[in-house]
Design a protein around this ligand. Sequence first.
Ligand SMILES: [Zn+2]
Ligand SMILES: [Zn+2]
Ligand SMILES: [Zn+2]
Length: 197
Amino acid sequence: MSSDDLNKRAFISTVMVGPCPRCGSQNTHDCFYDEEERHPEFGECPLIKAIDDPIVGHCEECDSVFCIECAKVIARSERSLSNIARLAEGHSKSCPELKPQRWAEKYGSTHRLVSVQDDMVTITEHAEERIPDGTEEDEGDEKTITLRLSKEAGITSEKLRKKIGYYLKFSYDADEIHAVADLDSDDDDDVSDTSPP
Ligand SMILES: [Zn+2]
Ligand SMILES: [Zn+2]
Ligand SMILES: [Zn+2]
């Protein structure tokens, strides 16, 4: 695991869960499962492992499962674990507060942006770790994939076009890019808004 990942994890685990949006109790915890850093006080809660999502909270008082980002109650835990996990996953993919950029920062992989054609975006197929240093032209036979840019990706194709050649973080599935984020937000942990001027 790179030190970047460790930093992100440390950041995530210190995010305040906050009170339960349903009953107001402070007896809450996030449902992010981390082998190395358990929550000893909530070690028994089965929802942590079942949900494994840093933006999902659980209230031990009223048993609500809620979104830490937008404070929406996602489920009550009388439902089955797999049911709750599915609901939570569905919410965290569509949460209005979890900006697409933040999603990409947390979960995206790094690819070089090759070209933008309307809403079709071509990126290098394999995730890269290195950041371009300005000396270019070692590409050539690199494999690329072309995906549709989602309307919810938080960036327009016009803006994206200015970043051709750069490495960015992308979150995508088989045919659509859900989120794009810049790489350079590692130094400040203030992810609330890192959009360039
Ligand atoms: Zn719990
Ligand atoms: Zn509660
Ligand atoms: Zn939410």
